[in-house]
Design a protein around this ligand. Structure first.
Ligand SMILES: *Cc1c(COP(=O)(O)O)cnc(C)c1O
Length: 612
């Protein structure tokens, strides 16, 4: 799996004259976005986790970009004026850990080129196109097997080219090592280009580099004003059209999970078949587990144990695994999900008391502490965010209180995880559950329990109360084999990997701000329409808003649902005892402008039944 990309961006861009005197060429904007930034976005969407940019001329621009996308690392080629692209690649080399994609900085391109290289089974592949007529062509020659054997701008040297160099190449670590060896072998090579280093490796060092040509590939390099003009008027429209053909019809899910996913997460599932007992897949699961832990805890102290199941599966794994054989559980029930935890415990015949609390008002902490004080309990279970109502329980106070009375804390944080900053260590939570398909933004199918290692190890000799869902058994088997005991949802894991990358790029803090912005748009509209919310806004999570249905008999959830659906919005009903609500979620890939659109749809419907 390719995880790194390197962009060589040391060049002076002197053919642009004044325009690039004080700015690197990669920052020239096409349709409002700097070329190199768009390239970074395409790399992220293709599953690249880390981007190394070799800089030189005006390197501070790239350092600024790295602040916006913290998966970027910059390395400066101090000798950029006297070296060429191989010199810049050489300063990046120490950071390159495996196979990678190498790109030039002054490119616009159809992202299908990245897909093609990533999917090519060969290790070293240089992307080529048919005739570009750009007047700045670099021609590639190849032998009958497609192996690169010449690079030149001179058509006389390559009368029948295998294609034109695009500036995007897949390179293996061993190929890079050979390029470096060659580059360092002779000081007269100081101005070597990376493509000539590739040619040398391919023809002289037994490391074949293959030319992969896409005849009608939409791309261009931009070296001067006339190329820029051509890029804007001819190439960019083609790239946009080609890429738009991949768009998946947009449906905005306002139901409380599964949530709206990005197209890049959807496409991440389309991968080569693989047996999940292969080490390659074991490594993927291990990285996903670490990524999941990092979202809410310190991986030094916590570990994620994953199952093929929904969020309730993770809840069941936690409740049925984490209460000691002779233990007693205290469960807080202030909504459907708290009730579900209690139900699971009762199915497993776990000794338990239920602390009932209002579904829309904060928990009475004194009363809860009194119950804890009896010291009858080994284990304490609670839901962080009650998705039924949007009520956020005050775990920062409640969990430390439970710890004070010697309990192990097991929490359903399913619909808070990934949506707001959470630190399990600080909150004193020992076990926490979530799922791949809520705020983290993946596909349904992976449920997981983030476990405090020291607490998990205590379960070592406990008799098993469950089988498929046993956390310790799953943990131990994975530790020893890098395999899950039973078939995992393979493609869901690839999507989850992509969702974790996108979460890291956005950051959980920014994600919470985005959800809050959407929630504020919704709440303002509700005020204007005259609809009331079930929970006082100061106790709301910003992830779910339970809205009381209007009193008129003309209201019909089904009508509202169908009307919203006709605009691409899916909403969800909610009944709490005899209180009727409908619920609007802010989860996943929802944008504030989409929430604004939804509020217009809602207003129209409410107007049609005389509410406003
Ligand atoms: C969504 C959710 C779950 C899990 O529901 P599934 O349908 O099993 O994925 C559990 N707890 C809470 C609080 C939830 O919001």
């Amino acid at each position: 799996m390719i995880k790194q990309a390197v962009i060589v961006a040391g060049g002076l861009g002197s053919r642009f004259g004044n325009r690039t005197k004080e700015m690197p060429k990669g920052f020239i904007e096409i349709d409002g976005v700097p070329m190199v930034e768009r390239s970074v976005q395409k790399l992220i969407a293709s599953g690249i986790e880390e981007i190394i940019i070799g800089t030189g001329h005006c390197s501070e621009y790239y350092d600024e970009l790295a602040k916006k996308y913290h998966i970027i690392k910059t390395v400066r080629n101090d000798n950029y004026a006297n070296t060429s692209s191989m010199g810049t690649l050489a300063v990046c080399a120490p950071l390159i850990k495996g196979d990678f994609i190498l790109l030039e900085s002054d490119l616009i391109y159809d992202s299908v080129g990245l897909k093609v290289l990533i999917n090519d089974e060969r290790k070293n592949v240089i992307l080529a196109s048919g005739k570009s007529n750009s007047h700045d062509e670099v021609y590639l020659a190849a032998n009958a097997d497609g192996v690169l054997n010449e690079v030149s701008k001179d058509k006389k040297i390559i009368p029948e080219p295998a294609g034109e160099l695009v500036g995007i190449t897949k390179i293996s670590k061993s190929c890079l090592d050979k390029m470096m060896k060659y580059y360092k072998s002779d000081s007269s090579l100081i101005k070597l280009d990376y493509e000539n280093a590739l040619k040398h490796v391919s023809t002289e060092m037994e490391e074949p580099v293959y030319v992969h040509k896409i005849e009608y590939y939409a791309w261009t390099e931009i070296d001067d004003e006339s190329m820029l003009e051509r890029a804007v008027t001819q190439i960019w429209p083609r790239i946009q059209e080609n890429e738009s053909l991949w768009n998946v019809r947009r449906e905005v899910l306002l139901n409380p999970g599964p949530s709206t996913t990005t197209d890049s997460v959807k496409y991440a599932q389309v991968v080569a078949d693989i047996c999940p007992r292969e080490l390659e897949f074991g490594n993927l699961m291990e990285e996903v587990a670490t990524g999941l832990t990092e979202v809410c805890a310190d991986p030094k102290d916590y570990i994620s144990v994953m199952f093929g199941c929904s969020g309730t599966g993770a809840d069941e794994a936690m409740v049925s695994s984490c209460v000691p054989p002779d233990g007693k559980l205290l469960v807080v029930d202030n909504g459907s999900y708290g009730a579900r935890l209690a139900k699971i415990a009762s199915v497993y015949n776990i000794d338990m008391d239920v602390f009932k609390s209002s579904t829309y008002e904060p928990i009475d902490l004194k009363a809860l502490e009194n119950q804890m004080k009896s010291k009858k309990y080994t284990t304490f279970a609670i839901v962080y965010h009650e998705t039924t109502t949007g009520l956020l329980n005050d775990l920062a106070t409640i969990c430390p209180m439970a710890k004070k009375y010697g309990m192990t804390t097991i929490c359903d944080i399913v619909s808070a995880y990934g949506g707001m900053p959470i630190d399990l260590g600080k909150l004193q939570i020992d076990f926490a559950t979530s799922t791949s398909n809520k705020h983290i933004g993946g596909m349904a199918g992976v449920g997981f329990v983030v476990c405090r290692k020291s607490e998990l190890l205590k379960q070592k000799d406990w008799p098993m109360r469950n089988y498929y869902l046993n956390i310790y058994d799953q943990y131990k088997y994975f530790l020893e084999t890098k395999q899950t005991r039973f078939t995992p949802p393979v493609q869901t894991f690839y999507a989850l990997r992509q969702a974790i990358i996108e979460t890291k790029v956005e950051t959980v803090e920014k994600r919470f701000e985005r959800f809050t912005a959407c929630w504020e748009i919704l709440v303002k509209a509700l005020d204007e329409i005259g609809l009331k919310m079930l929970v006082d806004r100061k106790y709301q999570s910003h992830f779910i808003t339970a809205i009381l249905i209007p009193e008129t008999p003309k209201y019909s959830f089904n009508d509202l649902h169908d009307y919203a659906k006709s605009f691409g919005f899916t909403i969800y009903p909610g009944k709490l005892g005899n209180i009727d609500t409908f619920r609007i979620a802010n989860m996943g890939d929802i944008k504030p402008e989409e929430m604004t659109h939804f509020t217009c749809v809602l207003r129209d419907y409410m107007h049609s039944i005389g509410v406003c």
